[in-house]
Design a protein around this ligand. Structure first.
Ligand code: MRU
Length: 352
């Protein structure tokens, strides 16, 4: 099993996802500002993994604050939270983890040193819980996948795997659970332009775990569906609004439209920490725009002539009505019932 964020004695070891699949290396992070850079530059990426990394980033920050005064400590911890918040705007798990750490700090009585210790334990808990959550998402997802054919051909976009979480994955968690239950024929992985998380990361992960994987370019998905090669689509999410509209990697929306056109079920797999009940619908989800060089060059080679303009949104929003079900660790919900289910049963509602 792959663990992208690991605590090692006094520091965090992150799998450097920018170097995969060429080389498997870990980057050691000892300071909160280095953690902010690691998140921004996508050494660590994927909504839940960003949340776990930010939780450790908050602890590293707490360790850097040189005061015994609680009020001063909390003020400076809030500033560290703000620095981490400014790294990536779309994945709500980042904000969720920072708020959870700040809440714990405020509510823990005792000395600054005692608060620091609890913050480290809380970061470990966020990491451990996400792994358990992903395993549950995988199993809940398996329950709602189509009953026929016996062996399924699934298609995914981007990387919502172990690398994007504490381990196991959300969309790839469903794929893993299908593989374990002997219900997986093959996974189609969209290459996922412009950063190629599908081609580089999903493929690498699948090969590590013996999951049969076929890589296609993003523009091939419609053709594959028309040829009857795909039984269901499973993707992850960066933020889900109260009405079920879902932000995920750019290209997810067009994939959902194409799946609808071919009557192929489209599943979103995500932990409850990805649900943002404060946003009524997807139009309120902030969409990150990244550097145009992600489009005009591959590696160090420039592909596009100088002089063109570029637009590089990293995410898009899939409207709820294109989503068959949102699979969480507490069950699968029709997107329009998600909010209602949480309102009816407070014990399953997302909370820090
Ligand atoms: O820009 P990235 O690589 O962080 O985007 C990742 C995705 O869009 C994933 O699908 C999403 O975060 C879910 S990860 C379980």
């Amino acid at each position: 099993m792959l663990y992208p964020v690991v605590w090692r004695e006094d520091r965090v070891a992150l799998i450097d996802q920018n170097r995969l699949p060429r080389e498997y290396t870990q980057v050691e992070i000892r300071r909160s500002d280095d953690m902010a850079v690691a998140i921004k530059t996508m050494i660590v990426r994927g909504a839940p993994a960003i949340g776990v990394a930010a939780a450790y980033g908050m602890y590293l920050g707490a360790r850097e604050i040189d005061t015994r005064d609680r009020t001063a400590f909390l003020e400076r911890l809030e500033a560290i939270g703000q620095m981490l918040r400014e790294t990536r705007p779309t994945a709500v798990n980042l904000f969720w983890a920072i708020e959870r750490m700040l809440k714990v700090a405020k509510e823990t009585p005792g000395s600054v040193e005692e608060v620091r210790q609890i913050l480290l334990e809380t970061a470990h808990t966020v990491n451990r819980e996400d792994l358990q959550t992903c395993q549950a998402i995988g199993d809940r997802g398996l329950e709602v996948l189509p009953q026929t054919p016996e062996k399924l051909r699934l298609l995914t976009h981007c990387n919502a795997g172990a690398l994007a979480t504490a381990g196991y994955g959300t969309a790839l968690g469903v794929v893993r659970s299908a593989q374990t239950a002997n219900r997986l024929e093959r996974l189609y992985a969209d290459e996922t332009r412009p950063r190629l998380q599908g081609a580089k990361l999903t493929t690498w992960e699948c090969l590590q775990d013996g999951i049969p994987v076929t890589v296609i370019t993003d523009s091939m998905a419609a053709h594959c569906m028309k040829q009857g090669m795909v039984d269901a689509v499973v993707v992850g999410a960066d933020r889900i609004a109260a009405n079920g509209d879902t932000a995920n990697k750019i290209g997810t929306y067009s994939l959902a439209l194409v799946a609808k056109a071919h009557d192929i079920p489209f599943f979103v797999a995500a932990p409850r920490s990805t649900v943002d009940l404060s946003l009524g619908d997807g139009s309120q989800i902030p969409i990150e725009e990244r550097d145009p060089s992600e489009i005009y060059q591959i590696g160090n080679t420039r592909l596009v002539p100088v002089g063109a303009d570029f637009y590089n949104p990293a995410f898009d929003v899939t409207p709820a009505d294109l989503i068959t079900a949102i699979v969480t660790e507490v069950g699968a919900f029709s997107p329009d019932r998600l909010c209602e289910a949480f309102e009816k049963d407070a014990s399953i509602a997302p909370s820090p």
